[in-house]
Ligand binder design. Structure first.
Ligand code: ADP
Length: 265
């Protein structure tokens, strides 16, 4: 019977330990949430002053009296502030995603129109580098997505394709149905990503060694934001070496579906 008592004590102790562990996990979760909310708050507060600097720099640059070295200096301030603004926006998106505050308002929407829009928006920067942009977008594609966020995701991928493809290269965008889902690929024949670095691609602040060596500027946040946006849509985002050299990104998004009452879900 001592054996039985001992076994009881052991199982009591195990219960207590488990309970303590659960409490600790809950405490850590709460701290983690507080940290996320605090960073979202701080980053949000950074937005206003950056916006003010940007606005006043633009006013300065608009003045015809600003010339010579002063104009050059103001131009540098302008460019740097734009970079800072992008950085703050990306950080804010990520902090909001962590805190679960990002607003995804999905609705059934035509994907093709948006894709053509995004491709058109990048034509000038592509043309400036002599890049050819191919778009093969099936008409009538419909997705269940947040238009603003989806645009942001596509924008990020397309601007990367343009940014990481040297003069004279090619960027291709395709979109088609795969059963119920819509599959979008954005590929280029640019500098590519070293094979062993693919696993880190969607981590915050990650920049591939060849990109930094080539002196191409970036924050390493765009893909993390893009991945978070697609994840929030219950879609998938993957990357692999493109058959033409360079990189190919694939987005898969759920198509609008009707529930049993015939409503859009
Ligand atoms: P950024 O471009 O600001 O550095 P991203 O998060 O968008 O940040 O991309 C992370 C890294 O992934 C980039 O720094 C680059 O090394 C690599 N990368 C992204 N897109 C491409 C691409 N199309 N071709 C080659 N490398 C890419």
């Amino acid at each position: 019977s001592t054996d039985v008592t001992e076994r009881h004590e052991l199982s009591d102790r195990r219960e207590r330990l488990l309970e303590q562990e659960r409490d600790q996990v809950e405490q850590l979760r709460q701290l983690d949430r507080m940290k996320d909310e605090l960073s979202a708050l701080v980053i949000h507060e950074l937005r206003n002053p950056v916006g003010v600097i940007k606005a006043y720099t633009e006013i300065l640059l608009d003045s015809p009296e600003l010339a010579g070295a002063e104009r050059k200096h103001a131009t540098v301030v302008d460019r740097t502030t734009r970079h800072l603004q992008d950085l703050v926006d990306d950080l804010l998106d990520l902090a909001r995603l962590d805190a679960g505050h990002i607003s995804i308002n999905p609705c059934p929407m035509p994907a093709g129109t948006m894709l053509h829009d995004v491709v058109d928006a990048h034509q000038p920067s592509a043309a400036a580098k002599n890049l050819t942009v191919h778009a093969s977008i099936k008409p009538g594609l419909s997705v269940y997505a947040d238009p603003q966020r989806l645009r942001q995701a596509l924008d990020n991928l397309l601007s990367n394709a343009v940014k990481y493809t040297p003069e004279g290269g090619t960027v291709s965008v395709t979109a088609e149905h795969d059963g119920d889902a819509v599959v979008v690929t954005i590929s280029d024949n640019g500098i590519g990503i070293p094979a062993e670095q693919y696993p880190h691609l969607f981590s915050r602040f990650f920049r591939a060694s060849n990109a930094t060596q080539a002196g191409i500027k970036g924050t390493g946040l765009g893909l993390a934001v893009t991945k978070a946006i697609i994840d929030a849509h219950e879609g998938t985002l993957t990357a692999r070496p493109a058959p033409t050299g360079g990189t190919e990104f694939t987005i898969t998004l759920p198509a609008p579906r009707l529930d049993f009452a015939g409503r859009q879900r």
